[in-house]
Ligand binder design. Structure first.
Ligand SMILES: O=C(O)C(=O)C[C@H](O)[C@H](O)COP(=O)(O)O
Length: 218
């Protein structure tokens, strides 16, 4: 399969436009997966990024697909072609990387799964453009220049849109969401570590509802 630039953008937009905020999840215990996903989806955040940072991540993706069919569950921290193949096999709806490499771009060309590469600089963005990509994760957003950097990218790269992630919270998210070149914002702030460990789905649900209300989906 070889996709052109428009097809790549459309496949990613189909996913990323479904919610103003994408929760970035590090799931430690498999029994957390279903209830956590349900709390987030019920609160209005259907698009979920399960990071491959924990041993149960792939199982968590499978579990969420079965237990919470309304979730659009994808994978984060996809670092290698092997990771991309593994998340595809687990049935992830999309794959997100904090950066990108020639090997990952090559693997994504032959993978059925929509792939969102990460960039932090104009040169990395231009490498992605050469690969046919116009949608990127901007990571780590706050320390790589934040809202100002994205305003700057809008000049030379008007066709490019972003999912900024990294250091964003409920207070910072609205400034990103107000930018024309931001489709959605990623972050973990609605899943505080102590609330997840305690299974406090009410608190997570309340934070997620606030996040979902930040902007109607685009
Ligand atoms: O694991 C990955 O693939 C990443 O790219 C990193 C995450 O997206 C950020 O760590 C989330 O950022 P916080 O909202 O600051 O927790």
């Amino acid at each position: 399969m070889s996709l052109d630039s428009e097809q790549i953008a459309r496949r990613l937009d189909d996913v990323l436009t479904q919610a103003p905020v994408v929760p970035v999840l590090a799931i430690d215990r498999i029994d957390q997966a279903g209830p956590l996903a349900r709390a987030l989806v019920d609160a209005g955040l259907p698009v979920l990024e399960v990071t491959l940072r924990t041993p149960v991540a792939l199982d968590a993706i499978r579990r969420i697909r079965i237990e919470v069919p309304a979730a659009v569950v994808g994978a984060g921290t996809v670092l290698t072609p092997a990771d991309l193949a593994a998340v595809d096999a687990a049935g992830a709806a999309f794959a997100i990387a904090p950066g990108a490499t020639p090997a990952l771009y090559a693997a994504a060309q032959t993978s059925a799964i929509p792939f969102l590469p990460g960039i932090a600089t104009a040169s990395e963005l231009m490498t992605g453009l050469e690969q046919g990509y116009t949608r990127f994760k901007f990571f780590p957003a706050e320390s790589a220049g934040g809202v100002g950097a994205l305003r700057g990218f809008a000049g030379p790269f008007p066709q490019v849109k972003f999912c900024p992630t990294g250091g964003i919270d409920a207070a910072r998210a609205p400034a990103y969401l107000a930018l024309k070149n931001v489709i959605t914002v990623g972050g973990s702030w609605m899943v505080p570590t102590d609330a997840l460990a305690a299974g406090d789905w009410d608190r997570i649900g309340a934070l997620a509802r606030e996040a979902a209300a930040l902007r109607p989906p685009r």
